[in-house]
Write a protein that binds this ligand. Structure first.
Ligand code: NAP
Length: 333
């Protein structure tokens, strides 16, 4: 681990975005803060200019934290605390090589993100965004038997890819919809039986599912997990939902598949890149619902995430083990 602070000096902390004031107050009680207050992410050159001599970094998923950024901080940096459960923007091996523990916020956002995944499933399948726009555009003339008809979630077969915290929380909700649940993961999960979910391989899941919902972390293994071949395996009536990370889907292949009618619709809370450009052709398709990465966006959950990230940061500054550490091997040497 990096050296502990020399006695007396207050730790220096960079916070890359304004977080709730009570969280800033907790941090400020123990450290001197430099907070990026602007609405867009802190530019890389500014972050690099702010980091030298800094003891702690409180960051978001919009901040790429790589070896060069860590080198800019130098040997004083003792903790990187990410306000998210996903940490694909952080070069964790580079942190580990420097003895820096990395914190994240697992669990606290599970239910909120699962709510959003099911909401997006319903919104996409039942064409809610299109229907609301239909009303606002003055197109609602009468009740027509087949107008704005979509697909039932109730009773459908749902394939959950990544049966971790959020994947299982989605399964719990969908049991109430009478769905037939399939899942794929590295290995079968002991909780799956209670949730009525069957372990299958990815190909079988794609072929059998009416809905496919993604809950894997972004990694070298999962980048492009859903590409042209996988989309071609899906039913032409299938709906794909992504609340994981944008690059888990090959977005160019997705556009081709939608245009070719290989799948029926897609609901995305995450895109590649983020934000998706407003001129992107996906946004012109009626069977595409795109949300601006709001999976964990309830007031309660975002506040808890900010607080949990502060817990990790403060523990790191005190030389204590982070309550939620993604690279616990830093404590082994
Ligand atoms: P988690 O508990 O770690 O679950 C992820 C699951 O995916 C684990 O069971 C993991 O298995 C499995 N997995 C990993 N690679 C896989 C692969 N190639 N094929 C099949 N399964 C694989 O994480 P979580 O808390 O549920 O969060 C999942 C992800 O959701 C996060 O990493 C984050 O990117 C995303 N997320 C998005 C939002 C949003 O706002 N949209 C909010 C929260 C989270 P192993 O444990 O064996 O690796």
């Amino acid at each position: 681990m990096a050296d502990q602070p020399s006695g007396g000096a207050r730790p220096q902390v960079v916070v890359t975005r304004r977080v709730p004031q009570q969280v800033l107050d907790r941090l400020a009680a123990e450290a001197d803060l430099r907070v990026w207050e602007e609405p867009l992410p802190i530019p890389r050159d500014v972050l690099i200019a702010w980091l030298p001599g800094c003891d702690g970094l409180y960051c978001l998923l919009t901040d790429p934290i790589d070896g060069d950024v860590l080198d800019a901080a130098g040997s004083s940096l003792r903790v990187v605390s990410q306000m998210a459960v996903g940490y694909d923007n952080v070069d964790v091996p580079a942190c580990t090589a420097r003895g820096i523990p990395v914190g994240n916020t697992p669990g606290v956002l599970t239910e909120t993100t699962a709510d959003l995944a099911v909401a997006l499933m319903l919104a996409t399948a039942r064409r809610l965004v299109e229907a609301a726009e239909f009303v606002k555009a003055g197109k609602w003339e009468t009740w027509r038997p087949m107008e704005l008809t979509g697909y039932d979630v109730a009773g459908s077969t749902v394939g959950i890819i990544g049966f971790g915290r959020i994947g299982k929380a989605v399964a719990r909700r969908l049991r109430g919809f009478g769905c037939h649940l399939l899942y794929s993961d590295h290995s079968p999960d002991p909780d799956a039986g209670k949730l009525g979910a069957a372990f299958v391989d990815l190909d079988a899941l794609l072929e059998a599912s009416d809905f496919v919902t993604l809950h894997v972390p972004l990694s070298g293994e999962t980048e492009g997990l859903i590409g042209a071949d996988e989309l071609a395996m899906m039913k032409s009536t299938a709906v794909l939902i992504n609340t994981a990370r944008g690059p888990v889907i090959d977005q160019a292949a997705l556009l081709d598949a939608l245009r070719a009618g290989e799948i029926a619709a897609v609901g995305l809370d995450v895109t590649d890149p983020e934000p998706i450009p407003t001129a992107h052709p996906l946004l012109s398709l009626p069977n595409v619902v795109v949300l601006p990465h709001i999976g964990s966006a309830s007031i309660q959950t975002r506040t808890r995430m900010a607080s949990m990230a502060a817990d990790n940061l403060l523990a790191g500054l005190r030389g204590e083990r982070l309550p939620n550490c993604v690279n616990p091997e830093v404590y082994e040497s």
